[in-house]
Design a protein around this ligand. Structure first.
Ligand code: NDP
Length: 245
């Protein structure tokens, strides 16, 4: 029986690359996002072993229903990738309470709610794998992304807390901390700010941005049985950015 993987934000960027890699690795893939047109187009490229559900994960009340729909249609969830995320680049003094709450809700609280819902089913299955996506923002102080940074630091703390509680039930919980990866999100942040891009590249020993496929390969490894004794890990996939000077 094929493993069933749910990937949030799976219609673009890093999430889509993970979806492609999982399909290559013989998983069935369910992608989740808000934009139905984008989701349908992504599934067309992913092929018959993919499906999509449209859901705004910032609406926490919709999450248990979403999980039940996936279970009703596909029977199980073996892997959950909490990849959906948004960014906001603003100086601290300009960030409103609403701005801040929206980022925390989308990037962190929704990942907690979805994991709680899915982990219940995984516990009954006696096995499962949760993969969170954090960021270099949780490693060092990046200016102008205060809410994003708080959300991603929380994702890493949550990864460890989830791993100690869920691993005894056979549910491994890990996290990937991508460096600067070429997607729409990073293009918005870097292409209009050459100074920031120069700084990123100068402290990345490999001297380039990463490709979504390079994050996807790490995600596949962590989701596969090859990583059967790995839990609670935060894996940077960053060309050395986190240790660069
Ligand atoms: P994209 O903007 O391409 O992807 C983000 C995805 O999240 C979209 O597919 C979007 O789908 C989905 N999404 C956003 N908000 C919601 C919501 N409320 N409900 C459901 N889905 C939502 O960016 P990336 O691929 O670059 O980012 C993916 C992840 O990787 C993010 O968590 C990001 O923080 C992280 N990351 C990215 C880095 C980079 O350099 N690119 C570096 C470090 C971390 P839709 O619009 O349909 O809702």
């Amino acid at each position: 029986m094929k493993k069933v993987a749910v990937i949030t934000g799976g219609a673009s960027g890093i999430g889509l690359a993970i979806a492609r890699r999982f399909i290559e690795g013989n998983f069935k893939v369910i992608i989740v996002g808000r934009d139905t047109i984008k989701l349908r187009a992504a599934c067309k490229t992913l092929g018959d072993e993919s499906d999509f559900f449209s859901c705004d994960l910032a609406d926490l009340t919709a999450i248990p229903g979403l999980v039940q729909q996936v279970i009703d249609k596909h029977g199980r969830i073996d892997i959950l990738v909490n990849n959906a995320g948004i960014n906001l680049k603003k100086p601290i003094l300009d960030v409103t309470d609403e701005d801040y709450q929206k980022i925390i809700l989308t990037n962190q609280t929704s990942a907690f709610c979805l994991t709680r819902s899915v982990a219940g089913f995984m516990q009954e299955q006696g096995a499962g794998c949760i993969l969170n996506i954090s960021s270099m923002a949780s490693v060092y102080g990046l200016p102008y992304v205060i809410a994003y940074t708080a959300s991603k630091a929380a994702i890493e703390g949550m990864t460890r807390a989830m791993a100690v509680e869920l691993s005894p039930a056979g549910i491994r919980v890990n996290c990937i901390a991508p460096g600067f990866i070429k997607t729409n999100m990073s293009s918005v942040a870097l292409e209009k700010d050459p100074e920031r891009k120069g700084k990123v590249l100068s402290r990345t020993p490999m001297g380039r941005l990463g490709k979504p496929e390079e994050v996807a390969n790490a995600a596949y490894f962590l989701a596969s049985d090859e990583a059967s004794f790995i839990t609670g890990v935060i894996l940077p996939v960053d060309g050395g950015n986190s240790i660069g000077f």
